[in-house]
Design a protein around this ligand. Structure first.
Ligand code: ZN
Length: 157
């Protein structure tokens, strides 16, 4: 009995967080947030987001974890992080329901010079193609990333 109790206590990391929406119109779409364990047996914990946009996960096991919110196109996944025993983590999570880069998906016109002739696609990953043909941004972090790079103005959009 004592052993069982101490096991339970070693899994008591807590995350307290608050969502910071980019647009006030996104608030009504925030209802729940989910927690995934990255290396343990796939398991999902979901809690409700309160009306003040706060949330709390309790009894979290030690692991690298990810948090996600159901989004417009797919789940909005925040960068994952490691949680150790008895950690209490307080998070402020900036959130946008719509991706600002959606509008440029099918339009490679640069918002600065209004031209297309120096614009190349943005790519993600470790394998780098010819830098003249694509602009490498490293590993993909979120599902909302720029689509294009203007070589004239050195901006992504
Ligand atoms: Zn440009």
């Amino acid at each position: 009995m004592f052993f069982w109790t101490s096991c339970l206590m070693s899994q008591s990391a807590v995350i307290e967080g608050i969502i910071i929406p980019n647009n006030n119109s996104d608030i009504e779409k925030l209802s729940s947030i989910s927690l995934y364990y990255n290396s343990k047996t796939p398991k999902l914990q979901t809690v409700l987001i309160e009306t003040d946009l706060s949330f709390k996960f309790e009894y979290i096991e030690t692991d690298t974890i990810s948090l996600s919110i159901p989004g417009n196109r797919e789940d909005y996944i925040f960068p994952s992080f490691y949680l150790s025993e008895n950690d209490t983590i307080r998070l402020k999570l900036p959130y946008s329901y719509y991706c600002e880069y959606d509008i440029s998906k099918n339009d490679k016109t640069c918002p600065i010079c209004k031209k297309k002739n120096k614009v190349i696609p943005v790519e993600f990953g470790l394998f780098i193609n010819d830098p003249k043909k694509a602009y490498n941004m490293g590993c993909l972090i979120t599902d909302c990333e720029p689509n294009w790079y203007c070589k004239r103005d050195k901006i992504t959009f």
